[in-house]
Design a protein around this ligand. Structure first.
Ligand code: SF4
Ligand code: SF4
Length: 409
């Protein structure tokens, strides 16, 4: 695959399309271990992988990021704070000019840790919540998880921690709570960050039930137009720009161009939502480390070449939406050069309906989900996980309707 040279000068978005020498949005999942079992976990986390990078290996990755002038990493998991060396690695990164934004469910953020964080520069904390009320949140993240997250927010506010974020994945269940989320975040002096729900990891299992409806997407778009300057969204919702006025932010799939993921065992993927062999570019343990993967892998070179928009190029909104999210298309079994499954012009629904009936959408090869019971495990939104069998409803189910007891015969 020949690489097309990045143009010199011009719009930033055009520069991004051809990739940069270092990622500007690098996510590093430190562990697959997690105390929770959220139904929509994008990395199917739960159990620690025994091949996880050691402390020394993680330090070497940080040294590399410093050399590459990666100014900050988004650290996640799993639950990163359950790694015993998490606090050491945090200090190590900051000491090596790599700022850290980490996402947590709040489990380890007691008062002492909150005070420690408040004293540390170049660290950002992001608390995950998927409901503005315990009822909505805990149905997805597990019993008690709302209380844990809000306690952590309280501790951080009390300690005077600045720039705390509350991170929400917008689902069908919480899309009507955006104002409540805003009020909750304001109460703790924090900032709201909302992201799109993608069918990645365990999210694929609940995507049909949980992804926002077309009506909710239109309401979300209107809400973002009115409140967008007060919330963070990253590249989450650029597909909504096809509804009219463009939303601020990167309107381009940044996978492998400006975005990538290092997973707990050092594998490098094009995007945190694309944990699949097709998007695996290499491993930080390979010769040349992360830098070589980022700058020389064939997959990333390929992604940095101008992509064809396929059917979407005929769409009047292509410039704003660019066909949407690669991961959302891939994990719903749609072609990568066609419309997004949540295309706001309705073409995604048509494409989903036209899929081959026999098609099994691709699944990630990675699954660290808990295999045993987890304390407070979410109840799957009141929908029975085991199909109700006919024989559970009627004692005569399954019998030939012409059959009569012998006395009636
Ligand atoms: S695959 Fe989707 S989530 Fe990942 S960078 Fe592209 S648009 Fe963003
Ligand atoms: S058809 Fe493609 S470019 Fe047009 S709005 Fe839908 S996903 Fe976006």
């Amino acid at each position: 695959m020949t690489t097309v040279e990045r143009p010199v000068g011009g719009r930033l978005v055009d520069q991004f399309e051809y990739g940069l020498d270092a990622p500007i949005c690098l996510t590093w999942e430190l562990t697959y271990a997690c105390n929770l079992a959220c139904v929509h976990c994008l990395s199917s986390s739960g159990r620690r992988d025994p091949r996880e990078l050691s402390t020394a290996e993680a330090e070497r990755v940080i040294d590399e990021l410093q050399r590459m002038q990666v100014f900050y990493v988004n650290v996640g998991g799993g639950e990163p704070t359950v790694r015993p060396d998490f606090w050491h690695l945090l200090d190590y990164a900051i000491g090596h000019d790599v700022g850290v934004k980490f996402s947590t469910n709040g489990i380890k953020l007691d008062r002492a840790r909150a005070q420690q964080l408040a004293r540390t520069d170049y660290v950002d904390v992001q608390i995950s919540l998927d409901g503005a009320t315990a009822e909505v949140n805990d149905a997805v993240r597990g019993t008690g998880s709302f209380a844990t997250a809000t306690r952590a927010l309280e501790n951080l506010a009390e300690a005077g921690m600045k720039d705390v974020k509350v991170s929400v994945v917008v689902t069908r269940e919480n899309a009507g709570q955006l104002d409540e989320f805003k009020a909750l975040t304001d109460r703790y002096g924090a900032q709201l960050r909302i992201t799109r729900f993608r069918p990645s990891g365990r999210g694929a299992d609940v995507w049909d039930r949980l992804h926002p409806t077309q009506q909710q997407q239109r309401e979300l778009y209107a809400w973002l137009l009115a409140n967008g300057d007060q919330v963070l969204t990253g590249d989450s919702f650029f597909h909504l720009s096809a509804l009219g006025e463009a939303l601020p932010g990167l309107n381009l799939c940044g996978a492998g161009r400006v975005v990538c993921l290092i997973d707990p065992v050092g594998d490098v993927y094009a995007c945190p939502f694309a944990i699949h062999e097709n998007f695996l570019a290499g491993n930080v343990r390979d010769e040349g480390g992360f830098q070589r993967v980022w700058q020389q892998s064939e997959l990333f070179a390929d992604l940095r070449n101008p992509q064809t928009g396929g059917a979407c190029t005929k769409c009047a909104h292509f410039d704003a939406c660019r066909g949407g999210c690669m991961a959302a298309k891939f994990f719903t079994g749609l072609p990568l050069d066609g419309p997004d499954p949540e295309c706001v012009q309705g073409y995604g629904e048509t494409a989903l309906a036209a899929r081959d009936r026999e098609l099994v959408p691709p699944r990630s090869h990675i699954d660290h989900s808990h295999t045993g019971p987890v304390r407070g495990q979410p109840t799957l939104l009141g929908i029975p996980s085991i199909p109700v069998k006919i024989c559970d409803e009627s004692p005569l189910a399954g019998l030939d309707p012409r059959w009569r007891p012998p006395s009636e015969g």
